[in-house]
Design a protein around this ligand. Structure first.
Ligand SMILES: NC(=O)c1ccc[n+]([C@@H]2O[C@H](COP(=O)([O-])OP(=O)(O)OC[C@H]3O[C@@H](n4cnc5c(N)ncnc54)[C@H](OP(=O)(O)O)[C@@H]3O)[C@@H](O)[C@H]2O)c1
Length: 243
């Protein structure tokens, strides 16, 4: 199986690439520069690197890149710099999801391709009635207005939820929602929920990036995990983590 990874140079993306390679999969990664990838990944025979800025690819080039891939995973996120947060492309995550899903359709393999999006517990799954306090709704409303990456994450999941939907013959999707991210070396115990069990604003949980990568790789490789979560937005928290 070959998997296309977007955002492979990111703090989570590179862990996902490693998880997929460790499971014996072939990985294609579209990266702006491979300088930040560790040598162990760059030199891995299972990894093909395409050097390009994802949104600069033409529709035809995107369709070429998804050809032969049974899954596409996006760990794209805005760099935490002034330019990354407030500059262009403001719809990096949404346009990445949308254009690669369109490329999957244009290629038309006749069987569903998996699309796994790294999203955030700060976003709601509006297919479910997820309870949010008035105070949290106000803060999220402000974030939506003032912090473009938050809106981008919401719109990316909304695209999958409302435009791809549940019955697409070419694309099945999962949007993974971690809470506050942190780094640890090894995969540890984690829990998955259909909806947040705590407030991402007032009582956030913690999720290690390596656990996000592990769960995303599981979704891609494990039939039961996929059948359980497809079309949903599972929230992932590390077990035994105090906020
Ligand atoms: N921080 C948190 O606590 C938290 C919690 C939940 C969810 N999230 C979400 O999780 C996602 C990933 O987080 P992370 O920490 O793994 O991200 P990260 O380390 O910042 O990685 C971001 C990736 O996106 C790429 N990228 C950024 N701007 C780009 C552009 N203009 N064109 C092409 N590629 C671009 C980066 O490529 P380069 O290496 O070339 O820059 C990198 O590969 C984000 O969407 C974030 O919102 C964050």
């Amino acid at each position: 199986m070959t998997v296309l990874v977007l955002g492979a140079t990111g703090a989570t993306g590179r862990l996902l690439v490693q998880q997929l390679l460790d499971r014996g999969l072939k990985v294609k990664a579209i990266v702006r520069s491979c300088d930040t990838l560790p040598d162990s990944l760059r030199q891995h025979e299972g990894l093909s690197i395409i050097t390009a800025s994802v949104l600069d690819l033409s529709d035809i080039e995107m369709a070429e890149q998804v050809t032969g891939c049974e899954a596409v995973a996006s760990c794209l996120g805005h760099n935490l710099t002034f330019q990354g947060i407030f500059g262009q492309p403001r719809r990096l995550v949404t346009d990445g999801a949308k254009r690669f899903c369109q490329a999957i359709r244009a290629r038309g393999s006749g069987k569903p391709t998996k699309f796994v999006l790294m999203n955030t517990a700060g976003n709601s799954n509006r297919n479910l009635k997820e309870p949010i306090s008035l105070a949290q709704s106000c803060v999220i409303g402000l974030l939506r207005l003032l912090v473009p990456p938050h809106r981008d994450n919401e719109e990316a999941a909304d695209y999958l939820r409302t435009e791809v939907g549940q019955n697409d013959t070419e694309i099945q999707w999962v949007a993974v929602r971690p809470d506050s991210l942190f780094d640890e070396d090894d995969v540890s115990a984690y829990e998955l929920h259909p909806s947040p069990t705590r407030s991402a604003i007032f009582n956030p949980g913690r999720t290690s990036r390596v656990n996000v990568a592990h769960f995303m790789a599981d979704l891609i490789t494990n039939h039961d995990a996929w059948e359980k979560w497809k079309g949903q937005m599972p929230v992932i928290y590390n077990k035994n983590e105090e906020s």
